[in-house]
Write a protein that binds this ligand. Structure first.
Ligand code: KG4
Ligand code: ZN
Length: 363
């Protein structure tokens, strides 16, 4: 344990200011400040509002994390930060803060990938990631199937959504049903009292000629919205619980079916599920059932680690340190479309901390 890296991670890719601290694969602190309430009346995240909220929350959240972990900033072995993908302005706040902390403290800086972090976080819950691991990442911003043989260097995209993200579909249907934002948790709750077989909503991209691992939720979203409209137009009451359950079933049926198929096709016997939608109770249950039937071990972190947080960034940063990956350069920039195939943004392959001069940071 003694030589495990102590890393602080900063996450600001969307509406959560997350600061986590880990010691190797042990979680020490996971501080979050969310601006979700400020976006609620718009029914989605407003980038400018998110950036401003990050700016205000950053220093207090870092201080809260250090206090929670009971460590001193000078004992850190590195500062990790989400370099992308995400909202450009929001990412920029995190990257700038991470640079400032790393530079002031004389620590190496690790710009890491948000998606790889969502996978790596499971190490904090279930120990070292099996290699290879198949990952199903489902959130408001992404729906991807990824295969990784080494989370610090090798993440291969198997498939992704061709239109809406899974979480986005939950949010939009919740809006049509007037259930508020974010939609996932409330649909999950209503669905528990509804009949998932009440309405046969379409399963996107599941035909024999469709791409095996890609997802599509836009057709489903339209089908559900039309169904609700038709009920309303006929002056009938909308059975909210049945709609929620049937819609949710259509989403999780496709997600789990494709994830298990990808595992089987690739001979991978571990599946991890991450991202905000991984908190969905029906997704967890159906994935468990189907994985068991297929002899696949399922790993799903606890809900707080599935949604955006700083601990996941720290977890990946610690893995970068542990595996001797090069730190990022001081000119690290936020990249809103950082490819999933790049788990981190390496700088020159040496200890840049001693190389940098103030001119580099403030040209
Ligand atoms: O990972 P996350 O916190 O942020 C990003 O989008 O990156 O995920 C948020 C998304 C939202 O769309 C929210 O509706 C969805 O995750 N979500 C859920 C549940 N909890 C959160 N979707 C379905 N069921 C849930 N229980
Ligand atoms: Zn995310």
């Amino acid at each position: 344990m003694a030589d495990q890296p102590l890393v602080l991670g900063i996450e600001t890719s969307c509406d959560e200011t997350g600061v986590g601290i880990v010691h190797g694969t042990t979680l020490l602190a996971d501080a979050i400040a969310s601006s979700v309430d400020e976006h609620a009346r718009f029914g989605g995240v407003v980038p400018e509002v998110a950036s401003r909220a990050h700016l205000e929350a950053m220093v207090p959240t870092v201080e809260r994390a250090l206090k929670e972990a009971g460590v001193s900033a000078k004992d850190l072995d590195g500062i990790a930060v989400t370099a992308g993908p995400g909202l450009a302005g929001a990412l920029l706040v995190g990257v700038s803060a991470a640079k400032a902390y790393a530079y002031a403290l004389g620590k190496p800086l690790y710009g890491v990938n948000h998606l790889a972090s969502h996978i790596c976080v499971d190490q904090l819950e279930h120990g070292p990631l099996p290699e290879p691991t198949m990952a199903l990442l489902v959130s408001g911003g992404h729906s991807s199937l990824l295969l990784s043989s080494d989370i610090t260097s090798d993440v291969r995209p198997m498939g992704s959504t061709i239109d809406d993200a899974a979480g986005e579909a939950f949010d939009k249907i919740a809006r049509v049903l007037n259930l508020g934002f974010p939609g996932g948790p409330v649909i999950d709750r209503y669905a528990r009292e509804g009949d998932p077989a009440a309405i046969a909503f379409p399963r996107g991209l599941t035909g024999p000629r469709d791409p095996a691992y890609d997802f599509s939720f836009s057709g489903l979203k339209t089908a559900v919205a039309r169904w609700i409209e038709a009920k309303r137009a006929a002056g009938e009451e909308v059975p909210v619980r049945d709609v929620a359950a049937s819609f949710q079933e259509a989403v999780v049926d496709v997600l789990t079916r494709k994830a298990v198929r990808a595992c089987k096709d690739e001979g991978v016997d571990h599946l991890m599920i991450g991202g905000g939608v991984a908190a969905n109770s029906r997704l967890r249950a159906l994935a468990q059932e189907r994985c068991e039937a297929a002899g696949i071990r399922l790993r799903v972190p606890r809900p707080k680690l599935c949604t955006d947080n700083g601990a996941m960034v720290a977890a990946l940063g610690a893995e970068m340190v542990a595996r001797g990956r090069p730190a990022s350069a001081w000119d690290l920039s936020a990249d809103s479309s950082l490819p999933v195939t790049e788990p981190h943004v390496p700088g020159p392959d040496h200890d840049h901390v001693h190389e940098v001069s103030k001119e580099n940071l403030y040209p």
